[in-house]
Structure formats: structure tokens, C-alpha cells
Design a protein around this ligand. Structure first.
Ligand code: SAH
Ligand code: SF4
Ligand code: F3S
Length: 444
């Protein structure tokens, strides 16, 4: 147990972008309390481990991290707070298994972090995994500068209950933040220099609300409102569910210039039987039809997805159906995972759990196909001229790294500054990134 208020802190986030957003908000909260971000994360007085519970490997990682912090060489063990989805799922179990943990705080309760730190400093173990009726957002301090790209959570939680997934339990029910709160936060981020905002939600396209005139709006309405913000150049959103991919949102891809040509739309499997067992509530065909509409609206759109191989009962033929679907779609980028049985989810108790070796082989075959598609997509941009938003310095001196509209990393050497959007000719493509040259604009 620690017995003084920490002076410095470090937040380490795992998992999805929503955790990255929460991590930034926790840092803002601790700074507002007078704590300073530790210059060296390894020497912080307070370490917040902002955890992910989605697969077993992710969830177990926190325990090895705690072990390392307990015997770190840079000084005494820090005050340790476990936040995020493992905190929600395992609660008081965490300090039982890892007695060095001082604070456990869930994703809907982290606005109470300062009070929990004081409680821990007074020698008590502090736990808060409530899912309060009032949203945490109202209790958080103002946003701070995030750089040229910023995340903005607009929707949280999930009501879909896919049979393999912990998110409905760790994040709670689907809730949309109010229109005005989102628009205000977006304006603040733009005022502090954000050129690109990515709207976030576990099912971001399920966002719904009322605009300032009381009219019902969906995510497309929100995107159009952000489109009107001067200074904002790019809008993205993630992650979407096929069932909430409305015609209005698809139309926005044709009509809203700031909305980038990129869509992450997980499908998980190409087999209708497996999709049904997963409780995905869309079919292979309904998914493909949505993508047809999206491509009709925005022909150059980059498509991305998530896949699970080795769901209980998945046969070789059903796995082949997934490969055929991937061939039919032709993804620009994708994530694929081996099925991981999660405590408390229906699929964990299903018959026909698949052997590890079979999962390994399937994942390898799927990833080989997805990697080839990604490389081909990158290759197809060689010779094109496009706009790159400069995000950070590269590894080599003078080199900068930015993003294309299709979310590809582009390396280039230019005198431009971070946050600039430069015209670039793409010179070459690798599997994971592009190299380009800034075009000097000719005098008009
Ligand atoms: N809300 C989003 C993302 C959920 S989690 C969606 O529905 O698409 C991100 C990805 O993790 C999922 O899309 C899925 O592919 C994967 N995933 C979730 N639970 C998993 C499990 N038990 N085993 C393996 N992968 C899983
Ligand atoms: Fe999990 Fe399914 Fe909800 Fe996505 S839609 S968060 S995969 S339950
Ligand atoms: Fe992980 Fe929670 Fe995100 S389980 S993927 S951090 S919603």
C-alpha cells in the first residue's frame, strides 16, 4: 500500500482506440489534479494500466505488467491502478491475484480516479466498477491538445451480444453521447490544432441523437455537422456494425468531402452457419450487398474488416467460405484473430472447440491472403497524387510520416510541419507503408 499522493503518473493503454481515448481523458484528469506526466514512464509514482479483455492473451498481459512494476529497478513499486475492461470483468479478483494493485476502476467510472487515488494514498484499497446512470463525460475536465489527429468517443457499449464477445459485459449497454457535447468537444479539439477527428464507438454507426433543433439524427448527421467546422480537414469513424450501416451514412461517403474513403466493417466469418452461431444477425450476402452500396457511393473506398478463425464448430469448408468472402471483397487492410474462449460468454461453452494447431493453420492462410490484398492495394496507389496529413517525425533525420486518405502510412522528406496537409506523389509501396515525394505547387 502506498501512503502519499503521487506526484507523477503514467497511463499505459492496451486494446482498442476507445481505450486510447479513455487513457487520454484519464491523463487530462490526473493533470487537472496537479499530477505531472512522468518524464520516464518507468519511474512514475502512479501507473495506470488501461486494460483490454477481448482475448485471453490481452487480458493476461496485465498480470505480467504488474509483476514487472512490483520489482522495477528504478525505485520502489509505484501506486498501481488497473483500469479498462479487465478491471470491469475481474473487479476485486485482481488485487486478490495481484496484491500490489491499489486501485481498480472500470471504464464507466474513471472520472472517480482522483478520489480513488486519495483513498489508496490513505492506505485503503480502492475499487469502483459501477456503471452509473449519469455519464462520466460531464465530470471530466476540458480536452487538452492532442496534435493533428484526435479521437472522440461518441458512443459506448454494445447491445449486440455476439456469442464470443465480452464487450457488452465490460462496457455495458449502448449509449450515445448528446449531440451538443460531441460538437463542443470537436470544436475544442479543432481549436487546439486537430486536423483530423476519428469518431469512436464500439458500434459507432449506432449513434443516434437530436441536433440543436431537436431533429432526430444518426451518425451521418453528426458527420455533416463536423464537416461544417472550419479548420477540420478530415473525418473518420470506427468501429461499425453491418446492421447499422444506414443508407444515409453510405450517402455521406458520396457527399461529404471531409469524410475519408475508408470503412472498417467487421464481418468475422464468411459462413452463414457460423455467423448465426456467433449471433451476428447479418449474413454473408447482406454484408456483401452493403459493401456494393458503399462502393457505388465511393468507388475508391478502402475496406477493412475483422475476422475470427476457429469459432467453435467451424469446419474446413466453413473456413474456406471465409477465404472466398475475402477474395470477393478485396480488403485494403484487415485484422484477424484466433478464437479465444472468454469467461461468461455463450460460445465458451459450445461444443466443437477447435484445436490450437488447426486455428494456427487457418490464421496463417487467412493472413497470407489478407496481406497479399493489402500489399496489392498499396501497390495500386504508386504513381498517384494524393493528400497526406503529416503526423509525426520518421525514424531517419529529415523524414516525416503522415497518412493518406486511405489510412496508409506515407514516409516522405519535406520541409512541411506536423499537421500540414501536403500534395504527395506516391513513389513506392511496401506491405505496410508507402514512400512519397512532396509536390512543389506551381505558381498560379
Ligand atoms: N465492436 C466492434 C469490435 C469488437 S472487438 C465490432 O463489433 O466489430 C474487435 C474484434 O475482436 C472483433 O471484431 C472480433 O473480430 C475480435 N474478437 C472479439 N471477441 C473475440 C474472441 N473471443 N476471440 C477472438 N477474437 C475476438
Ligand atoms: Fe462484440 Fe459483437 Fe458488440 Fe462488436 S457487435 S462489440 S463483436 S458483441
Ligand atoms: Fe478491449 Fe475493452 Fe476495447 S475489451 S477491445 S479495450 S472495449
Amino acid at each position: 500500500m502506498k501512503t502519499s499522493i503521487p506526484k507523477t503518473f503514467h497511463v499505459k493503454s492496451f486494446g482498442c482506440q476507445m481505450n486510447v481515448y479513455d487513457g487520454a481523458r484519464m491523463a487530462e484528469l490526473l493533470e487537472a489534479e496537479g499530477m505531472a506526466p512522468a518524464a520516464d514512464g518507468a519511474a512514475a509514482d502512479l501507473v495506470v494500466l488501461n486494460t483490454c479483455h477481448i482475448r485471453e492473451k490481452a487480458a493476461e498481459k496485465v498480470y505480467s505488467d504488474i509483476g514487472r512494476l512490483m520489482k522495477r529497478e528504478t525505485g520502489p513499486a509505484p501506486m498501481i491502478a488497473v483500469a479498462g475492461c479487465v478491471a470491469q470483468a475481474e473487479g476485486a479478483e485482481i488485487p486478490r491475484r495481484a496484491p500490489g494493485v491499489d486501485i481498480v476502476v472500470g471504464p464507466q467510472a474513471y472520472h472517480n480516479l482522483p478520489a480513488l487515488v486519495r483513498q489508496a494514498a490513505a492506505g485503503a484499497r480502492a475499487l469502483d466498477t459501477d456503471m452509473p446512470a449519469a455519464s462520466k463525460f460531464g465530470a471530466l475536465p476540458a480536452r487538452r491538445r492532442q496534435g493533428p489527429t484526435a479521437f472522440l468517443t461518441v458512443q459506448e457499449g454494445c447491445d449486440k451480444f455476439c456469442t464470443y464477445c465480452v464487450v457488452p459485459y465490460t462496457r455495458g449497454a449502448e449509449v450515445s453521447r448528446p449531440w451538443a457535447a460531441i460538437v463542443d468537444e470537436a470544436k475544442a479539439l479543432v481549436d487546439m490544432g486537430a486536423k483530423e477527428i476519428t469518431l469512436l464507438g464500439q458500434n459507432v454507426n449506432a449513434w443516434q441523437g437530436e441536433d440543436e433543433k431537436g431533429r432526430a439524427q444518426g451518425l451521418d448527421g453528426l458527420i455533416r455537422a463536423l464537416d461544417a467546422l472550419p479548420g477540420l480537414a478530415r473525418i473518420r469513424y470506427t468501429t461499425s456494425h453491418p446492421n447499422d450501416m444506414t443508407d444515409g451514412l453510405i450517402r455521406a461517403h458520396a457527399e461529404v468531402a471531409k469524410l475519408m474513403p475508408y470503412l472498417h466493417l467487421p464481418v468475422q466469418s464468411g459462413s452463414d452457419r457460423v455467423l448465426k452461431a456467433m449471433n451476428r444477425s447479418h449474413s454473408r450476402d447482406s454484408y456483401l450487398r452493403i459493401l456494393d452500396k458503399v462502393r457505388a457511393a465511393r468507388p475508391d473506398i478502402a475496406l477493412s474488416g475483422d475476422f475470427i478463425v476457429g469459432f467453435p464448430g467451424e469446419t474446413d469448408a466453413e473456413f474456406e467460405d471465409t477465404l472466398r468472402l475475402v477474395e470477393a471483397v478485396n480488403y485494403a487492410q484487415a485484422y484477424s484473430f484466433k478464437y479465444s474462449p472468454r469467461p461468461g460468454t455463450p460460445a465458451a461453452d459450445m461444443d466443437g472447440q477447435i484445436a490450437a494447431q488447426v486455428m494456427d493453420e487457418r490464421l496463417q492462410r487467412l493472413q497470407a491472403l489478407l496481406n497479399a490484398q493489402q500489399h496489392a492495394f498499396n501497390q495500386a496507389t504508386v504513381g498517384r497524387r494524393t493528400a497526406v496529413l503529416i503526423e509525426r517525425p520518421g525514424k531517419r533525420p529529415g523524414q516525416l510520416v503522415g497518412k493518406s486518405p486511405w489510412l496508409q502510412s506515407v514516409h516522405l522528406e519535406t520541409g512541411a510541419a506536423i499537421g500540414d496537409i501536403v500534395d504527395v506523389e506516391i513513389l513506392s509501396a511496401g506491405p505496410n507503408s508507402l514512400a512519397g515525394a512532396a509536390l512543389v505547387r506551381e505558381a498560379a
